[in-house]
Design a protein around this ligand. Structure first.
Ligand SMILES: NC(=O)c1ccc[n+]([C@@H]2O[C@H](COP(=O)([O-])OP(=O)(O)OC[C@H]3O[C@@H](n4cnc5c(N)ncnc54)[C@H](OP(=O)(O)O)[C@@H]3O)[C@@H](O)[C@H]2O)c1
Length: 336
């Protein structure tokens, strides 16, 4: 009897506890939903990118910390952070991409021009066969180049698919505007219909180029990849691209190899980094992310690769964002 009473008491406590947990969960869901609503942009950047709060950290089934994903204007999703592979070749490139995948990266940028598509594809295949990731969770971007490739785009496109050898190309870009760019893009559109490419994008297109180009194509680019860093913020162009429902991706997000001495020792960035117990580079990458720009920093250093994706557990304040905006010098680090 005594035992039963205790058990009833326990049941009561358990019920209260369960009710408390349920109410807390419901409140959290509602709150999260409310925050999501505030950042549900109509430009391709969806609820998973919540710039108003510290992001919930997501993990895959291997326990890897993943970057949040964004929905593209064609309904497919892409990670909001990735790795670039410009100037990486051979085993250096393979190791960078494989290490990145091991560290939770799921977005990789390459190009015909980088001469490393074979290594990138090999690293993705190896990571898939090692159980690090699934092919369908990885977004691989490559690009075709003006000149002979734009003049004979079908062959150039097929070569990219074959060189990567990962079944399909997630996103293929025109590397630059140039003669025959519309013709080349239309050939990529045909390959989307055929299933060899899932999404299309363009690179080094600014407002005048976009105004000329966009009305001439049928499939809207999902992203534009341009030079962007704290010393070259290009806000007008970023806002224009967002207004077209297109994601902006930053090349040279850390200023670019060979142009980093000043940026990576900037006193304002240093002060903000110290305030958060983060590195200066993490502050730059977090700034891109909070600005709704997808950064793809290049690195062949495993410690840097791990450091760069570790930006989803802190948040820059409005004042800190404004301090970084004030660093803009319109200082382009490359010609295109
Ligand atoms: N579409 C285009 O026309 C275009 C043009 C240029 C680039 N891109 C793409 O954009 C990507 C990014 O550009 P990028 O690689 O040239 O320049 P970046 O990302 O601005 O800078 C890369 C440099 O930063 C260093 N770095 C990376 N993480 C670091 C860290 N945590 N601490 C200190 N240094 C760090 C790297 O050195 P370590 O190797 O030592 O880490 C490397 O020297 C390219 O890889 C490419 O995929 C596209």
């Amino acid at each position: 009897m005594q035992k039963k009473e205790i058990s009833y008491e326990r049941n009561g406590v358990l019920k209260c506890l369960r009710l408390f947990i349920t109410i807390t969960l419901m409140a959290t869901t509602l709150l999260t939903h409310a925050q999501c609503m505030r950042v549900h942009y109509n430009d391709g950047w969806t609820e998973q990118i919540d710039v108003t709060t510290v992001d919930s950290i997501t993990f895959d089934e291997n326990g890897q910390h993943l970057a949040p994903t964004i929905m593209l204007n064609n309904g497919l999703r892409m990670p909001a952070f990735g790795i670039g592979t410009y100037s990486l070749h051979g085993e250096t490139c393979f190791n960078s991409v494989y290490t990145a995948l091991k560290n939770g990266y799921r977005l990789i940028d390459t190009a015909y021009m980088y001469g490393n598509e074979e290594e990138v594809g090999r690293a993705v295949r190896q990571a898939v066969s090692d159980g690090i990731c699934k092919r369908e969770d990885v977004t691989v971007i490559t690009k075709i180049y003006p000149g002979t490739q734009f003049a004979n785009p079908e062959q150039a496109i097929q070569e990219r698919i074959d060189r990567l050898n990962i079944g399909y190309v997630d996103i293929m870009l025109l590397h630059h505007p140039g003669d025959n760019d519309v013709k080349a893009y239309r050939a990529m559109e045909k390959q989307v219909e055929a299933g060899g490419i899932h999404s299309l994008g363009i690179s080094c297109f600014y407002i005048d180029e976009l105004k000329r180009f966009l009305p001439q194509v049928s499939i809207k680019p999902v992203l534009v990849q341009n030079e962007i860093h704290p010393y070259y913020q290009d806000t007008e162009v970023v806002d224009y691209i967002h207004s077209q429902g297109i994601v902006v991706q930053a090349w040279y997000p850390l200023g670019g190899r060979g142009y980093q001495t000043e940026l990576l020792s900037d006193p304002v960035l240093k002060r903000i980094a110290e305030a958060h117990g983060k590195s200066l580079v993490q502050v730059i990458l977090r700034w891109h992310y909070q600005r709704r720009v997808v950064a793809i920093p290049g690195s062949s250093n495993p410690a840097h690769i791990a450091e760069n994706i570790d930006i989803f557990d802190f948040q820059l304040t409005d004042e800190e964002m404004a301090d970084i905006v004030a660093l803009n010098r319109n200082e382009k680090h490359d010609w295109y």
